[in-house]
Design a protein. Sequence first.
Length: 637
Amino acid sequence: MSSYSIESLEQYFKVYRRSVQKPKKFWGKIADENFTWYQKWDKVLEFDMQKAEFTWFKNAKLNITKNCIDRHLANKGDKNALIFEPNDPNEPARTYTYNQLYTEVCKLANVLKEQGVKKGDRVCIYLPMIPELAFSILACARIGAIHSVVFGGFSANALSTRINDSTSKVLITSDGGYRGAKTIDLKKIADEALKNSPSVEKVLVVNRTNQEINMQEGRDLWLQPLIDQAESTNVAEIMDAEDPLFILYTSGSTGKPKGMLHTTAGYMVFTAYTFKNIFNYNNDDIYWCTADIGWITGHSYIVYGPLLNGATTVIFEGIPSYPTYSRFWEVIEKHQVTQFYTAPTAIRSLAKEKVEYVQKFKMKSLKVIGSVGEPINEEAWHWYNDHVGGKVCPLVDTWWQTETGGILISAIPFVTPTKPTYASLPLPGIKPVIMDDLRNEIEVNQKSGSLCFDFPWPGIARSIWGDHQRYIDTYFTKFPGKYFSGDGALRDEVGYYRITGRVDDVVIVSGHNLGTAPIEDSINQHQAVAESAIVAFPHEIKGNALYGFVVIKEAGLWRDQNNLRKEINQLISDQIGAIAKLDKIQFVTGLPKTRSGKIMRRILRAIAEGGDYDFGDTTTLLNPEIVEEIKTGRIAP
Ligand code: PRX
C-alpha cells in the first residue's frame, strides 16, 4: 500500500521522481494492489499524443461499481456510504449504508435493463442533488450504459442539445427540485427539451417535490413503482478497461458543447488515488464536497473517488445561503464532517456576510479543507483558512478540469506546505510544462505561459463524443506532443504552480465553465442584434462576471434599452441557463476588429475591466475610431 498513500514530503519527492521516470510501472502497481479486476491488463499504457490516443490497462476487464460497492460489503456493509442532507434543514437527513447502496443500485440497474437499456447505450440524467442521482450514475455503470449527466440548472434548449449530441435513449429526471426557497420545475423543462429530442424513448421520473406534472403515456414512467418490483441483486456487466464510462459536456470556443468522454479503468484508478491522497482520507472520516454531481467535481469527488475508497460521502441538496448564511457550517457540525471541499465563489459570497455566521461554529471535526473550480484569491484564501479551517486544517487548492478526470496539481495535506493562491505541486505521474507562444518551454520562474502536460495520466479524457478531430484540434495541436489545458500558469522558485486564468475563450463565472461563443450565439438570435462580443471582468464574489458589447441592427429599436437588456438576458437564460446571464450590456455601433475581421477581445477586455486602458497597438485595427466610442460609453461598476 505504500505507494498508494503519501505520508511525508520526502516520500512525495521520491514517489514523484519514480512516477515520472517510470510512469507505467508506477500506475501498474497502484492498479494492481488496490482494485478488483476480472482480468488484469496485457500492457499498462499505449499512447500517441499527436493522435490523442490513449489505452490504459489494455485488455483488462472490470466493473467500476464492483470496486465502488461490492468489494466493501464484507467489511463495511453497515458503514454509511452516503449521507443525504436535504435543502430544508427540517427535513431529516437520510443515510445509505454500503449494503443499502448495493440494493438501490442493483434495483435501478435492473429497471434500466427492463426498459431496454443495453451496454453502450447512453442514458441522460437530469436530476437535482438527491441520492437518486448517485444511484442513477452507478446503475448505468453497473450495466455498462454510458451516463451523461446534465446539470439541473441548464435550460430546456441546453438539455436538448446534449441529449441529441449523445443520442440518449432514456432520460432520468424528477418532478422538480428544491434550491433554497425556490422549486425548479425539472420535468416541465425536460418536456420542453424532449419536443426536440426524438432519441429518448423512455423517461423515468423520480418523485421529489410532489408537484403537478405532465406524464406522457407510453413514454414517461414513475421510477418508484418500478424500483419496488425490481430484483435487489444484479450481476455486474464485464467491461473492458477502455469501454466508455460517461460523457460530460463542457463549454468550448464554438457554440457546440464538447462531450468529454471518460473510460473505465484509467478513470477509476486516477480518481481513487487522487481522492485518497488529496483529502488524506482515513476510515472513519465523513467527507463533504459541495459541488453539484452535474459537474466533473461531483462525478469524481462526490461519487466515484470517495466510494472507491469505501468512504462516507455527503450529498447536499441545498445552497450556502439558505435558510441562513450558516448553512454550510451547520451541516459540518451536524454530520461531523472531516474533509470539506468547496469553490472560491461560495467562500467569497459567505465572507461578505457578518463573520458571526461562521464564528458561532467551532467545526472541530474538520481536518482538511479544499478549493476547486477557479483561482482562489488571497483574501478568500485567508478567510477560508482562518474561519473555516481554524488555521489548523491544511487548505488544498486543487487544479484540474473536466478533461483531466481528476486533480493534477494540488498540495497533499500534512505533506506539502501550502502557499496562498498557489495550487502547488503536481501529483505523482503528472508532468506540467509552461510554454510560451513560440512553443518553447519557459524554464525561468515567475513568467507565465500556457499550462501543458507532457505525458498522459490514467484519468485523461479519451475523446470528444462523436468528434475525435475536435479533441485533437483543441488540446493536442497548439503544442505538438503535449496536452494543452487552455489555462495560463507560472512557477515559483520552489516549483509551485500558480494558475493565472484562462488563455482562451472560456470564462469561469462562479466556478462555472462558460464559453463566450455559445453566449454570443444566443444573443445574436435576438432580432435587434447584429453582432456581439462577450468578455469577462473581475467580480468580487463570482470571480468573473460577463460584460456584453452588443451591436444593434436598427436605431429604432434602441428606444427602450433596459427592456432590450432584459430580453437579451432572457434569451441567454432560455438557451443556456441563468448562470450565463450578463452583468453588463453596452450597446455599441461596432466592435473593434482586425483587418481580417477578428474581434479584438483584448481591447474589449481592457475596457470592461476599466483602469488605465493600455490597449497596446491599435493601428492594425480596421476601425480604430470605435475604441473611443466604446470607452466613452463604458458601463462603470
Ligand atoms: O480555468 C481552470 C479552472 O476551471 C477550469 C476547468 O473547469 P471545469 O472543466 O468546469 O472543471 C472545474 C472543476 C475541476 C480550469 O481550466 N480551475 C479549476 N480549478 C482551479 C481552476 N483555476 C485555478 N485554480 C484552481 N484550483
